[in-house]
Write a protein that binds this ligand. Sequence first.
Ligand SMILES: Cc1cc2nc3c(=O)[nH]c(=O)nc-3n(C[C@H](O)[C@H](O)[C@H](O)COP(=O)(O)OP(=O)(O)OC[C@H]3O[C@@H](n4cnc5c(N)ncnc54)[C@H](O)[C@@H]3O)c2cc1C
Length: 205
Amino acid sequence: MKNNLTSQQMGKIKNLFADRVRFNKVERLVYSHDMGMMPEQVRALIQCTPDAIVQPISTQEVINIIKIAQEEKIPIVPRGAGSAGFGGSVPAKAGIVIDFVRMNKIIDIDKEDMTATVESGVVWQNLEGELSKRGLTLRTYPSSSDSTVGGWVAQGGNGYGGYEYGDFRQNIVSVDVVLPTGELKSFSGSEIDKVYSLCGITGLM
Ligand SMILES: Cc1cc2nc3c(=O)[nH]c(=O)nc-3n(C[C@H](O)[C@H](O)[C@H](O)COP(=O)(O)OP(=O)(O)OC[C@H]3O[C@@H](n4cnc5c(N)ncnc54)[C@H](O)[C@@H]3O)c2cc1C
């Protein structure tokens, strides 16, 4: 299985991510799938095996890898828990998968405002666990409770609590997004539509 990256490009990525980057065949194969199984006829037409997988731990690292990808013209694909099953987190032209698994901090739970501020890789069941310690609960979350908050922003949808509180879009206060230029921007109000349910094509949460 060939790797499209040059050794110089690999070196640049390795410098940034140290032991949080993988170029080996086995892990690249794991990331060539999500929860669903893409038909072989489709897989044959695309390059679904990434060349590298990185796991950022900060927004700055997300910005840094986007800048490298832009400079080197390497495709990138964001990935949460890979539970969507439609192949959105699977590459079509190889490149770099940005796996948000380590950006899993619950930054703030505001009992007055009834809001939670989290990193995109936070998993719903962990957030619900932290809320329940404070006598709170999520208004809505997907039945795939081990999927990520960022993944649901990007994929969009309805979940538990939806009849009462609407779909996830109606429960988002704001989203911080790293744009394809590497610029960090916060979207709120109607601007959330520029990122919600767009599968990460307009930026990374
Ligand atoms: C058993 C089961 C139950 C489910 N129940 C529900 C349900 O009740 N409601 C519902 O709506 N869906 C449901 N789903 C579908 C799926 O779990 C949701 O769409 C979930 O929100 C996807 O999150 P994820 O972290 O797995 O994202 P992934 O599958 O990893 O990614 C989904 C999309 O988001 C993009 N993405 C991921 N993270 C980011 C990021 N940080 N920034 C930008 N883009 C990003 C990816 O590139 C991809 O296009 C279910 C799936 C399963 C298997």
